[in-house]
Design a protein around this ligand. Structure first.
Ligand code: S3P
Length: 442
């Protein structure tokens, strides 16, 4: 992707208004494909995110022998091969920009007696993989990776996987999930003990597909997750709710563009994903949750957002796992607030699709906002209304691209981004959706 860059410019226009639904959750979409492929039988998925990251995971699963077909708009059917049933792929698996797809699939392959090569784009090739390989190697998989555990890498799955107790060194749903997926093929119990709870979609979906998985709280905010290996997973339909991490962009645009009044339908409100909602409430944002309900095992709500003044706040480090993907767009909101906002404990942002800590600070600075990185903290001085006028380098990072566009929709002068192509990894139709609300994007 992105042989040709697509620069975009966002500028102020009238208020945003309308009712829209953002695409399906990326984390759940990727997990639905993988777990569907590990069951025997047919798994129908409704509301799948048809973004590049998800489609690349589907292609990798097809190369491993699963049958995956599109049956309608956002509707897909997966014919699984069962736990341990992957066939050796004829070519390298290309995950494009997707850390989640790649890392979860490393786990899924680690428990199968096959060899597969994993690769991705320049962004994914720069991201750490050894942190995932560590537990998988303890379970018996062997890996040959490029320098300091980078892609491309070749993984030989374990013939007889060993169940382990794993304590992830960083809060990461990807590390947890990779270990659990490998544990499916091991006899006995695989245990992950996380010091801070991270998104629990893998655990919930494993239970949905009939695995014996027990989750209990440990030491003030942590979790102990125990999975009984070698289950007979049963195919069950999956419904994917709207992605709160994608919803964050039109949501904050509606808060910042004066006079806006926007409704976002069916947004997932899983408590491990709602750190941004908590933070925005503290900043004084007018967000109303209506029609709160459960869809496909997840809490969802319709959100009504009205523009209004925000105040700067301090966001504690402990909240980071529940809003890890939302810091670039929160930093944009902070730029429009009264007073400074301090976001603590953002070390993990350095290893996202880009060094997101640096990229977020740079996107603000080039648009006339003071942003400082102190250790792992980001401090943004609120401006009321930033000047804008900058050209933002997006570093192959979809969330930097969308955050910069939202800034440009509300700043004094237009904001340009160097490349909008990566938006399609997580939010296909973003430009059209924003235009339908009244945004001016060219
Ligand atoms: C994800 C976990 C998070 C997040 C990513 C999706 C997942 O990454 O940033 O966008 O679906 O498990 P880490 O596990 O690296 O924190």
């Amino acid at each position: 992707m992105s042989a040709n860059r697509v620069p975009l410019t966002a500028r102020r226009n009238g208020p945003l208004s309308g009712t829209v639904r953002v695409p399906g959750d990326k984390s759940i979409s990727i997990r639905a494909l993988i777990l569907g492929a590990l069951t025997v039988g047919a798994t129908p998925v409704a509301g799948l995110l048809e973004g590049e990251d998800v489609l690349n995971t589907a292609k990798a699963l097809q190369a491993l022998g699963a049958r995956i077909e599109r049956t309608g708009a956002r509707r897909w059917l997966i014919q699984g091969v069962g736990v341990g049933g992957f066939a050796e792929p004829a070519h390298a698996l290309d995950f494009g920009n997707s850390g989640t797809g790649c890392r979860l699939m490393l786990g899924a392959v680690a428990g199968c007696p096959i060899t597969a090569t994993f690769d991705g784009d320049a962004s994914l090739r720069s991201r750490p993989m050894q942190r995932v390989l560590d537990p998988l190697q303890r379970m018996g998989a062997r890996a040959l990776a490029s320098e300091n555990g980078r892609l491309p890498l070749t993984l030989a799955g374990a013939r007889d996987p060993i169940p382990i107790v794993f304590k992830p060194p960083v809060p990461s749903a990807q590390l947890k999930s990779a270990t659990l997926l490998a544990g499916l093929a091991a006899p006995g119990e695989t245990v992950v003990v996380e010091a801070e709870a991270t998104r629990d979609h893998t655990e919930k979906m494993l239970a949905h597909f009939g695995a014996d998985i027990r989750v209990e709280p440990v030491n003030d905010g942590g979790r102990r997750i125990a999975l009984a290996g070698q289950p007979e997973l049963v195919s069950r339909p999956v419904t994917v709710p709207a992605d709160p991490s994608s919803a964050a962009f039109p949501l904050i645009a509606a808060l910042l563009v004066p006079g806006s009044d926007v409704i976002l339908n069916g947004v997932m409100m899983n408590p491990l994903r709602t750190g941004l909602m908590t933070t925005l409430a503290e900043m004084g944002a007018a967000i109303e949750r209506t029609a709160e309900r459960n869809e496909g095992g997840e809490d969802v709500a319709d959100l009504r957002i009205r523009a209004g003044a925000l105040r700067g706040v301090e966001v504690p480090a402990a909240r980071a796992p529940s809003m890890i993907d939302e810091y670039p767009i929160l930093a944009v909101a902070a730029a429009f607030a009264e007073g400074s906002t301090v976001m603590r404990g953002l070390k993990e942002l350095r290893v996202k699709e880009s060094d997101r800590l640096a990229a977020t600070a740079a996107l603000l600075r080039v648009n006339g906002v003071a942003a400082d990185i102190e250790g792992d903290d980001l401090i943004v001085q609120g401006k009321g209304r930033p000047a804008g006028g900058g050209v933002v380098t997006t570093h192959m990072d979809h969330r930097i691209a969308m955050a910069a566009i939202v800034l440009g929709l509300a700043s004094e002068r237009p904001v340009q981004i160097d490349d909008g192509t990566f938006i399609a990894t997580s939010f296909p139709g973003f430009i059209e959706l924003m235009r339908s609300l009244g945004a001016e994007l060219s």
